[in-house]
Design a protein. Structure first.
Length: 347
């Protein structure tokens, strides 16, 4: 495990008193950063774990699906539970519950741009109320003994890019780390992430800052670090189909045999975690990314996406291994799904 190979190294940074041995982190991603995918990314070098975001209310009501999202493996230390909400009392109560459930770090989502989250004052909706963010962090950091962190965007829209003010409010009210996705809520995923703004956040606070947005290939990791001075880098979409980015390897550097072996392993973890039927269906969104860019694999892709039996799927992986498809060295992008695509290269 990467965790062990770091045991004699110096921590890259601390989340309050928690050492983090590495500067690359898998982003929280709803529908993707579940236990199977996090484990794979941790083994390849992601230095800490974030759950998908979970609603504060669902934590309080003990909704089964939500509790499953909070399952983690001991090797994932430090494990960050990310939650969202807008009601201050519920957020405080949910944070206490998250600590009881084993979180090593509790993270408040202030970046989700989806209408029924941000439009209700949660996620990026909180960025419109910096005073409220201050109150929430004052309460959360008193309520739990573990570090409390926040993940933000640059503001609500171009006219309200208040990231510096929000970052200072977070630090002044006890936050132990800020992750910054360099876009506004209004941008959602369009346009280029603004790395200059991330650099400004880094200048504005003393707590660790994690830079995020548009890291598409290994070379971008050093570029964003140099550009922003951030303490660590969060990788989201580019890790889907290419978890090797945490080993600082682009897809073109991974052999077809290693890719097929990864598909096998990821599938096994999914079947184990979700059960055979649901695991296979949920695995499809990863498969589409693993297979993308593999030359000559369009028929394989088609059959994998429609395959309904885990055993048949394994047969397709065997076929992949036998035929030894060549990988493409193009970055894995998906123009058909804007949430997962990179609309333009970062300067
Ligand atoms: C499918 C998807 C789900 C996401 N879910 C979350 C989430 O649950 N919590 C969160 O803080 N950010 C979430 N994000 C945002 C990512 O963490 C990240 O900030 C964003 O994708 C930019 O990074 P990237 O360019 O490396 O993808 C999500 C992004 C995507 C594409």
């Amino acid at each position: 495990m990467a965790l062990h190979s770091y045991s004699h190294a110096q921590p890259a940074f601390f989340v309050r008193d928690i050492p983090v041995y590495g500067d690359l982190i898998l982003s929280p991603m709803a529908g993707f950063s579940d236990l199977p995918f996090r484990l794979i990314c941790r083994e390849l070098g992601s230095a800490m774990s974030y759950t998908e975001f979970v609603p504060a209310e669902a934590v309080l009501y003990g909704v089964e699906k939500t509790l499953r999202m909070l399952k983690f493996d001991p090797v994932e230390y430090p494990m960050t539970f990310q939650f969202f909400g807008s009601d201050e009392d519920k957020l405080e109560a949910a944070a206490r519950r998250l600590e009881e459930l084993g979180a090593h770090i509790v993270d408040l989502n202030m970046g989700c741009s989806v209408k029924n989250v941000a439009g209700r004052g949660a996620g990026a909706g909180l960025l419109r109320e910096p005073d409220k963010i201050g109150r929430i962090f004052r309460r959360l950091t008193k309520a739990v003994s573990v570090p409390v962190t926040g993940k933000i965007r640059l503001g609500w829209d171009d006219d309200s890019r208040n990231y510096r003010a929000v970052a200072r409010v977070l630090e002044d009210n006890g936050a132990s780390l800020i992750a910054v996705h360099g876009r506004t809520k209004a941008q959602a995923y369009s346009g280029a992430a603004d790395w200059d703004a991330i650099a400004e956040v880094k200048q504005a606070v003393k707590i660790p800052v994690v830079g995020n947005g548009d890291v598409r290939a290994v070379a971008d990791i050093d570029r964003i670090r140099q550009h922003t001075g951030c303490d660590a880098v969060m990788v989201g979409r580019a890790a889907i189909g290419n978890p090797w980015i945490f080993q600082r390897r682009d897809r073109g550097q991974v052999t077809p045999a290693d890719q097929a072996a990864m598909v096998r392993r990821h599938l096994a973890l999914m079947l184990d975690f979700y059960g055979r039927a649901r695991g296979l269906i949920l695995f499809r969104k990863h498969v589409v990314k693993y297979v993308k860019g593999v030359y000559g694999a369009s028929d394989l892709h088609q059959r994998m996406m429609t395959c309904e039996e885990a055993d048949d799927f394994i047969g397709l992986i065997v076929e992949w291994e036998a035929r030894g498809w060549q990988p493409s060295d193009s970055p894995s992008t998906d123009e058909t799904n804007p949430r997962l695509s990179f609309s333009r290269a970062h300067p």
